[in-house]
Design a protein around this ligand. Sequence first.
Ligand SMILES: [Ca+2]
Ligand SMILES: [Ca+2]
Ligand SMILES: [Ca+2]
Length: 242
Amino acid sequence: MWEGRMKFVIAAVCGLSLWVVSTANAGFTTINTPRPSEANFATILGDVYGGTFTPNGVNFSNAAGVTATRIDDDNDQVFDTGGSLTARAVAIYSRMPQNFGVWDGAGPGGSYNKLFDATPLPGGGASGSVTDVPVTAQLRFGRGGNTAVYSSNIADGTDTLGRDHQVVWTISGNGIKPGTMLIGWEDDDRLGTLSDFDFQDLVVEVVTGAPIPLPTAAIPGLLTLVGVAIITKVRKLRRQIA
Ligand SMILES: [Ca+2]
Ligand SMILES: [Ca+2]
Ligand SMILES: [Ca+2]
């Protein structure tokens, strides 16, 4: 009986290790260069905050001291909001309909709550916004409009191939409200590996009371603790058998 229980526990440890490895997604999701007729993020940041933005790795800054600091894509999937948020569409570089919203809670699963439709403006920029709307303290951001609705949390499985559809920068500097973020979305996965993933199909500025991303790395950390507990149990069983 002890041998059977030990085999089960060892199998559980192996399965857990494989699961932890498979969920690891270190680093920053690649943003592809957009087609020549569309703006890149340096241009979009200049349109929104003024000045000329210069890239520094995955970050940007302008001479006026406004800085866009990219959030690692392990850590841009679930957010603490403080219970309300303000958001406005600032750019659309896509022919698809666009809307922005939230998925309540950390997920995975649940339903998408649309906050506003976003429409491109003739002279550039976009319309569509909400101000101080109540939301759940913890949430995922979302984007809809065409057949697909995407979630910031990859574990929701809203992409047919399990790919990331959202990138985020925190924006700071003179005149910028604390808690300001710029969120870029890729709106299409219908072309499979041919989708361009330029992430500026819909760009939204969000301001929350507490824009603290919850690192998904915390979940593997928790599982490590569980794994250690299981390994301790295995050792105890081995001692009892021996
Ligand atoms: Ca992401
Ligand atoms: Ca795109
Ligand atoms: Ca685009």
